[in-house]
Ligand binder design. Structure first.
Ligand SMILES: CC(C)(COP(=O)(O)OP(=O)(O)OC[C@H]1O[C@@H](n2cnc3c(N)ncnc32)[C@H](O)[C@@H]1OP(=O)(O)O)[C@@H](O)C(=O)NCCC(=O)NCCS
Length: 162
């Protein structure tokens, strides 16, 4: 029987470490038609403007399996969510929301006042996740994505006073 405990009890979000990159890269390849390379993910760890978090099972089980990750960039007072994914077997438990809240906390602490992102128009799960976390649709970038070609919906969330 599934546990009634929330994702915040069962999973923890922490900053990514070099040892997480293999698992993140495997998930990236499984989730996206145009995945980031292993090297590109590893380089995110060393970038001062990058905030890279992973979700792992919480400490009580001592299970360090990575079940999701999120990457955001912050520069001056603007930020963007660059990447979010949860492993298919762990979706629908609130982990995606934990991850996005995690990177928003980091970029807000770094001084960002607004956060932007792009999402495939057909990605209703991600669009609902972002809308639930306070992002609004603010524009469309026509044919922004390849493989398959598709428009991007641009979303924005204010971090002022949040
Ligand atoms: C998008 C993604 C990260 C969501 O992760 P998740 O852990 O399943 O999301 P959560 O359980 O935290 O869900 C939070 C909210 O997102 C929305 N949502 C998540 N999955 C959904 C689905 N399959 N259908 C509709 N809404 C969905 C809901 O609003 C949900 O809130 P609710 O449970 O109160 O209804 C996950 O589906 C994923 O990894 N997709 C593939 C990669 C991807 O598309 N990344 C985004 C690129 S922009």
């Amino acid at each position: 029987m599934p546990s009634a405990r929330s994702a915040t009890d069962r999973y923890a979000v922490r900053l990514a470490l070099p040892r997480d990159i293999d698992a993140v890269h495997a998930m990236e390849r499984a989730c996206f038609s145009d995945p980031w390379s292993h090297q590109a993910l590893a380089e995110e760890l060393d970038r001062s403007t990058s905030f890279f978090v992973v979700a792992v099972a919480s400490a009580e089980s001592a299970d360090e399996t990575v079940v999701g990750y999120a990457i955001a960039h912050a520069a001056a007072d603007e930020a963007e969510v660059a990447n979010v994914a949860v492993s298919p077997g762990h979706r629908g438990q609130g982990i995606g929301a934990m991850l996005v809240r995690g990177v928003l906390d980091h970029v807000r602490a770094a001084g960002a006042l607004d956060c932007w992102l792009e999402v495939r128009a057909s990605n209703s799960a991600a669009r609902r996740l972002y809308a639930q976390l306070g992002f609004d649709d603010v524009g469309v970038r026509k044919r922004y994505y390849a493989r398959p070609e598709e428009d991007a919906i641009v979303m924005r969330r204010s971090l002022r006073g949040a």
